[in-house]
Design a protein around this ligand. Structure first.
Ligand SMILES: Cc1cc2nc3c(=O)[nH]c(=O)nc-3n(C[C@H](O)[C@H](O)[C@H](O)COP(=O)(O)O)c2cc1C
Length: 320
């Protein structure tokens, strides 16, 4: 069956129309059928979408200004695949908030785009990292520990400042020996300091993280079936979580249900795509997660003084 837009297009460019175009504009000349474009856009806008729908025109299909203006007026948003396309959409009158940059090639103007309010669809961890660098404190800030601290010398004030800016802290890492990798553990040792992250009651010293959320996003080599009493890891994966949960609790952090990718080496492209989509959706919808209302608040853990070694530099720091 012929699609209506195709039928319309064939009917519109008759020999007479072509002759008229040649007479008025000369050749070669591109001819677009406004009615067909409009009909397609309206059909897509009318898709049933009980949870809402943002219709984006992938402008790489045809970035002609006239087409952009038509879709702009019909209320479409734009998916731009390069810095040039972002620029072109802006010049065609799209508000920055209606433009989303989705590009495999890293953007050279990301800082300007983000400052203007253009949306950015990070297509790789590298791009997410770049976004974190140009927009620290924005919706998502990424701190790739092995890239930042290849020498294991962690900038504690910078890490603490990043945590203070955040409402949700994500600990993202592969599971190694049923726990976190060494640099992540060093991060806990050095960044979660007594008197800043824990020790003393709510709102007092040691409450910098109190009331925030922490979310573990981890991958395992073992399949989910391996994390069962009959599997070679002998325990459900939950059995490895208490050190995380209690670290969070001591700091007044609410520990959210982890997002796990089991069997990371065997997951395949489609499985990986699903995992990334779930991760992205969760970040975008935080804190409006369905299970939030049922989560227990963070338990109060008041550690008595003397349970940690005294800071040998305390007197020096107080004098400074
Ligand atoms: C040193 C080391 C220890 C690991 N220990 C575990 C483990 O205890 N349990 C498990 O399921 N996978 C383990 N793995 C597999 C990793 O979890 C897996 O390679 C990772 O999740 C894959 O993600 P990546 O490609 O981001 O590294 C280990 C891997 C390494 C290198």
């Amino acid at each position: 069956m012929e699609r209506p837009a195709t039928a319309l297009r064939r009917a519109a460019v008759t020999a007479e129309v072509a002759a008229e175009v040649r007479r008025r504009f000369g050749t070669p000349c591109y001819v677009y059928d406004r009615a067909a474009l409009e009909a397609s856009a309206r059909a897509a806008l009318a898709f049933p979408a009980p949870y809402g729908l943002t219709l984006r025109y992938a402008m790489k299909a045809n970035p002609s200004r006239g087409i952009l203006a038509l879709f702009r007026d019909l209320g479409l948003h734009v998916d731009a695949s390069s810095d040039h396309e972002v620029e072109r959409a802006l010049r065609a009158g799209f508000a920055p908030e209606r433009i989303q940059l989705t590009s495999q090639m890293p953007s050279r103007a990301l800082r300007e785009h983000v400052a203007r309010g253009v949306l950015f669809n990070a297509c790789s961890l590298h791009q997410l990292d770049e976004f974190g660098k140009v927009a620290p404190g924005a919706a998502v800030e990424v701190r790739d520990l092995y890239a930042l601290y290849p020498d294991y010398v962690i900038d504690v004030p910078a890490e603490q400042a990043a945590c203070e800016r955040a409402r949700l802290i994500v600990w993202q890492h592969p599971i190694q020996w049923y726990a976190m990798p060494p640099l992540m553990k060093l991060w806990l040792d050095e960044v979660l300091t007594l008197g800043w992250a824990y020790g003393r009651g709510a709102n007092g010293p040691g409450a910098a993280l109190s009331g925030k959320d922490v979310w573990l996003v981890a991958s395992t080599g073992g399949a989910e079936s391996a994390y069962r009493p009959e599997g070679y890891n002998r325990y459900f994966f939950d059995a490895f979580l208490p050190p995380y949960e209690q670290t969070a609790a001591l700091c007044g952090l609410r520990f959210l249900p982890p997002l796990l990718q089991h069997g990371a080496h065997a997951v395949g492209a489609e499985g990986l795509r699903r995992h990334v989509a779930a991760y992205r959706e969760r970040l975008a919808s935080y804190p409006d997660w369905p299970e939030m209302a049922e989560l227990e608040p963070c338990p109060a853990c008041d550690m008595p003084p003397g349970d940690r070694p005294a800071d040998p530099m305390a007197a020096e720091k107080a004098a400074a």
